[in-house]
Write a protein that binds this ligand. Structure first.
Ligand code: TXA
Ligand code: MG
Length: 315
């Protein structure tokens, strides 16, 4: 059931239940991060392997003290600039954080959402919320309450509606390795934006560094329909196929309008990010044989969008 009742959401979370919640990035599947039963249900509902750890959402960065041993200076600079917002910090955890949350890893992922509904919810709870994206493992992340209901509705007692997500792709995940800041997932804060505060930033996506661990498995964010990355849209190459197209800003000739999805007519990366997962979901309902897509310019949020497209294509 979808609704806007904060008290109902809080009541269910207090009882250890798992519900859908909005954030500015994507919808989350939330439960009490300090309650093992709630955490276990999150993994079950999502059908997520236990080796893939969960992000802990808090209402204010000052609460990080309770759950971590501190914030190194370079990350503090980034936190001051981008939190609350679509940035997640990997910080050394305190024992109060259950092993299940971090999959036994020494660091815990901490995020402070800026969505007003998420903030209001966190402020009336006396525990932090563990929340992965509210999609079945490996599928596209949801950016509306209805997306959550479509796939997980029958397993959730409640989905708190906060409208369509403004950012539309997941948070950027950063941490330290020795004295370097490392980006582990490209997301809603671009690398260029991070670099304006901390010049030396390394990008090390999980799938490159450690295929066994932390999330970011190569195939991810994938629609059921095969998605192919092309250099040019030339649908003559697929004569007997029903082809759909995701395009950054231009119309594609030769493809019926209903089967093309233009992310941002004004070539705005923010708007494209906001609409990306909705585009994949929409085309995935159209009984197509193929979805063709061209990568965006590899800069700013284009990088995070391209990352999602490559993963969606790598099934
Ligand atoms: O924007 C977001 O971050 C959304 C919203 C709901 O907050 N959440 C989200 O969670 O995208 P999820 O679980 O779908 O992706 C979290 C990623 C996973 O790839 C996971 O492996 C990584 O964060 N992660 C979480 N905790 C970690 C840890 N302790 N060490 C390394 N990676 C971690
Ligand atoms: Mg996810």
């Amino acid at each position: 059931m979808i609704g806007r009742d904060l008290n109902k959401a809080a009541k269910l979370l207090n009882e250890g239940k798992v519900i859908g919640i909005p954030t500015e990035t994507v919808y989350g599947l939330a439960g009490n991060a300090l309650n093992l039963e709630a955490i276990t249900s999150i993994f079950k509902v999502k059908n997520r392997p236990f080796f893939d750890p969960l992000i802990v959402h808090i209402s204010d960065l000052s609460e990080a003290e309770e759950y971590t041993t501190g914030i190194p200076e370079p990350l503090l600079l980034l936190a001051e600039a981008f939190m609350p917002g679509p940035l997640t910090l990997l910080l050394e955890r305190r024992p109060v954080i259950p092993d299940l949350i971090t999959s036994g890893l020494p660091r815990v992922a901490i995020r402070v959402p800026i969505h007003p509904v998420t903030k209001a919810l966190l402020s009336i709870l006396d525990f932090p919320l563990a929340a992965p994206s509210a999609n079945p493992f490996g599928y596209i992340s949801p950016t509306t309450a209805q997306h959550v209901a479509d796939q997980l509705g029958d397993q959730l007692p409640y989905i708190l509606d906060g409208g369509a997500c403004q950012v539309g792709i997941e948070s950027t995940i950063v941490g330290m390795e020795e004295d370097r800041v490392v980006v582990y997932r490209k997301g809603g804060i671009s690398i260029e934006a991070l670099q304006s505060f901390v010049p030396n930033i390394e990008v090390k996506l999980h799938s490159q560094s450690d295929p066994m661990a932390p999330g970011m498995l190569q195939s991810h964010y994938a629609p059921s329909c095969p998605l192919i990355i092309v250099d040019e849209f030339d649908i003559r190459e697929y004569p007997d196929k029903k082809v759909g197209v995701i395009s950054f800003n231009r119309k594609v000739t030769g493809v019926p309008e209903a089967m093309q999805y233009i992310l941002s007519p004004n070539a705005d990366f923010g708007e494209a990010a906001q609409r990306l997962f909705g585009a994949m979901r929409h085309l995935d309902t159209m009984d197509l044989d193929l979805i063709l897509v061209k990568l965006l310019p590899e800069k700013e949020l284009g990088r995070a969008i391209n990352d999602r497209l490559r993963r969606a294509a790598s099934r």
